[in-house]
Design a protein around this ligand. Structure first.
Ligand SMILES: [Fe+2]
Ligand SMILES: [Fe+2]
Length: 199
């Protein structure tokens, strides 16, 4: 099933933009590590730390929670066939908390222990990246199209009202708010092309 991009309600637009932001940060982290290898210098650990903090603070605490607590229950209520899919995606959200802690620990170990722990951090980042890219793909190819198929106008109105506040500092271009230092620290390393909500 494919998502109908011509009929995107604000809820799905926000979730798709947040997927792009998450993927862009993961790619930004990998690019920093690649560049440091190419020039034979240590990577910019402060920026990597800010990026891992972002992953924990927004995708983990806000994005997945909005899906698990707001969107998925509405899909479940309208479609019995969604049960296995949403159980699986919800279980991955729960695993995400452990996955980000493993990544944080691996980065800390790299900072404290130096090059002997670099490869372990790179592997942890690759695992985390693969895990989320596949999770987001399944949401975009199965869960979101199903939502478009089964949710009523009233469901969407309620969701849109709950989703109306964009809190992700990357997407909100938070240059002056409480997350301005975080935004400044990572924005230059993150490319956010083709946002669903742009325009
Ligand atoms: Fe998710
Ligand atoms: Fe998602």
């Amino acid at each position: 099933m494919a998502i109908n991009t011509l009929r995107l309600r604000p809820t799905l637009r926000i979730l798709l933009d947040e997927h792009l932001a998450l993927a862009a940060v993961l790619k930004g982290m990998q690019a920093l590590l690649r560049q440091s290898r190419q020039v034979g210098q240590p990577p910019d650990l402060e920026t990597l730390r800010a990026m891992v903090f972002y992953l924990d603070e927004f995708p983990e605490q806000h994005h997945h929670r909005k899906e698990s607590d707001l969107l998925f229950p509405k899909i479940r209520a309208r479609s019995v066939e969604s049960r296995d899919l949403l159980d699986h995606l919800g279980a991955e959200h729960d695993q995400g908390i452990f996955a980000i802690h493993r990544l944080e620990h691996a980065l800390l170990a790299f900072e404290v222990m130096g090059d002997s722990r670099r490869e372990a951090f790179e592997c942890a980042l690759e695992r985390y990246t693969d895990f989320y890219l596949s999770h987001m793909r399944q949401e975009e190819q199965e869960a979101f199209p199903l939502a478009q198929k089964v949710l009523t106008t009233q469901d969407w109105d309620e969701l849109d009202a709950e989703f109306s506040l964009q809190t992700d500092p990357l997407l909100a271009r938070d240059r002056n708010g409480v997350y301005r230092d975080l935004y400044r620290r990572i924005a230059d390393h993150v490319r956010l092309p083709g946002l669903a909500g742009a325009g």
